[in-house]
Design a protein around this ligand. Sequence first.
Ligand SMILES: Cc1cc2nc3c(=O)[nH]c(=O)nc-3n(C[C@H](O)[C@H](O)[C@H](O)COP(=O)(O)OP(=O)(O)OC[C@H]3O[C@@H](n4cnc5c(N)ncnc54)[C@H](O)[C@@H]3O)c2cc1C
Length: 184
Amino acid sequence: MPSTAVEHLDVLIVGAGISGIGAAHAVQTRTSRSYAILEARSALGGTWDLFRYPGIRSDSDLYTFGFDFRPWREDESIASADRILAYLQDTAREHGIDRRIRFSHRVVAARWDSPEARWHVDVERTDTGERVALTANWLFGATGTTATTGASRRASRAGSRSADASCTRRRGRPTSTTGAAASS
Ligand SMILES: Cc1cc2nc3c(=O)[nH]c(=O)nc-3n(C[C@H](O)[C@H](O)[C@H](O)COP(=O)(O)OP(=O)(O)OC[C@H]3O[C@@H](n4cnc5c(N)ncnc54)[C@H](O)[C@@H]3O)c2cc1C
């Protein structure tokens, strides 16, 4: 039976919320590494797309919560979820990050292979049920705090270990002024 080639990327970012978008911007502006964002849902924005209850808004001001590379320009500093979502969508589109997001791709397992020095990442398509295998040198967990599945927690922990390893290997990592740091 012919073997199917497994796609390899330098960096895999798990999650297309504010953290994943911030991490993606850092990767594409500070490195020449190939990367993709794997997002379980069919839309970007994470928290700000998921929750739709009336009155939802930020707790802190968007002048500091927003990206340093695309400052928040609106008059309202405490913003409603729809304005934050629009800001994230616009940011991702303007910087071409939206084209790097693979929607409906839930990471269900990740395993570090020391001899190969790469991550083996198992993905389930949430739209078709298809399984996809990928490999990466660096796995960045931007899975947030609202994901509650065991797979999400495993992916998040895997990302944390990867970030630690990456710091050792590369003496540096992408950073963001947002919650990305909390996931890494
Ligand atoms: C009402 C409300 C107000 C808030 N206000 C503030 C505030 O003012 N300031 C502040 O700092 N924080 C605030 N927060 C917290 C906020 O959630 C975070 O700051 C930030 O939005 C989290 O972004 P994130 O990208 O890290 O995670 P998320 O927004 O949770 O995004 C994570 C993404 O990862 C995806 N994902 C998870 N697991 C997997 C997987 N296994 N495979 C693929 N994709 C996966 C999810 O689908 C999601 O899209 C608020 C939260 C709420 C609910």
